[in-house]
Write a protein that binds this ligand. Structure first.
Ligand SMILES: [Cu+2]
Length: 328
């Protein structure tokens, strides 16, 4: 049912002109042409945020120093932090943007010419690339696009927290070994023994880091990524209660880690995705890169930030994703 709703919404969204942005930041904003963005934006527009030095290695967007915007970094969520980001994370445009991104690869990427021009004007496509070349490149580098897209989501989260004067959320430095971990217990008892499988996958990634391309790492990390989502998902009876469907879409309360429409509304999503994202930084170091960016971003890096790795997969879907006629 949800798929039918999505296709319908995709069709009518092309006729809607008003664009809504998830949260306070439009990732396709023209302001990206300024190299001092987004720190400067935060200083100018946030009534609370004080952009300061981040603790080294914590809450950093590794390889993208422009994005190290967190003034503080916390391990667990406070009510203030949750309240400042949930309106964005639970908005339907954000939910469908994430769902559509994943479906793009399952069902073949669909992109209108207008959307492609927007992507190109913001430097997210290569300078001489046609739409079909862009789509083929992203299909071929799905593993990188997976890293790229989820990194954009982390940036948006960090921006929203910082904009509201809140600390960022640090990723797991290690996946908790104890299923009854004080801060991050595994909610469903049937998953309590999963750590050994998770550990085996982590070992594979650590070995592979030395020889794989970033794209191969992104593809091969899927088993670990899905295992983490499954392990930290709640029992089906809880999910059913939080996620009843209404007109084919979930209720606002839904934060099921097992569904792309709702996973990012779950606080643990950011712990596990930050952990997955940190593999990008480890890969860059092992391969002697000092930074990472799109073609345009790399061309603007200072000498001390070179060599800069240019993303080969940088598809982030249709963004902003307009969802007309959906209850907010
Ligand atoms: Cu996702």
């Amino acid at each position: 049912m949800r798929k039918i709703v999505l296709i319908f919404l995709l069709l009518i969204s092309h006729y809607v002109h008003a664009q809504s942005v998830c949260g306070s930041l439009n990732l396709f904003s023209e302001s990206h042409k300024e190299s001092s963005f987004p720190k400067q934006f935060l200083e100018l527009y946030s009534p609370f945020a004080v952009v300061g030095e981040t603790q080294a290695g914590v809450c950093e967007i590794e390889g993208e120093s422009d994005w190290n915007i967190c003034r503080a970094c916390s391990d667990t969520w406070t009510t203030g932090q949750l309240e400042s980001v949930m309106p964005m994370l639970k908005s339907w445009s954000h939910r469908y943007w994430h769902l559509y991104w994943h479906n793009s690869f399952n069902e073949g990427i669909m992109l209108t010419d207008i959307e492609f021009e927007k992507i190109k004007s913001m430097g997210h496509a290569l300078s001489k690339e046609t739409k079909s070349e862009y789509l083929a490149r992203n299909e071929a580098h799905w593993g990188e696009s997976f890293f790229f897209m989820h990194r954009q989501m982390i940036k948006m989260l960090y921006f929203e927290l910082s904009f509201n004067g809140q600390a960022c959320i640090s990723p797991w430095s290690e996946v908790p070994k104890d299923p009854l971990n004080r801060n991050w217990p595994i909610p469903n008892e049937i998953n309590h023994g999963n750590y050994r499988w998770i550990r085996a996958e982590i070992d594979k990634m650590e070995e592979g880091l030395k020889t794989w391309t970033l794209n191969e790492l992104g593809a091969n990390i899927q088993a670990l990524h899905i295992m983490l989502h499954t392990t930290y998902s709640e029992d089906y009876s809880v999910v059913e209660r939080k996620c009843p469907e209404d007109r084919g879409i979930y209720k606002e309360t839904c934060d099921d880690l097992g569904d792309n429409l709702s996973a990012h509304a779950n606080p643990i999503f950011w712990k596990l995705h930050g952990y997955i994202d940190a593999f990008i930084g480890r890969w860059l170091k092992i391969n002697s890169y000092k930074s990472i960016g799109t073609e345009r971003e790399c061309s603007r890096k200072s000498e001390s930030e070179k060599p800069c790795y240019i993303w080969k997969g940088s598809y982030m879907g249709v963004y902003p994703f307009d969802i007309p006629n959906v209850p907010e």
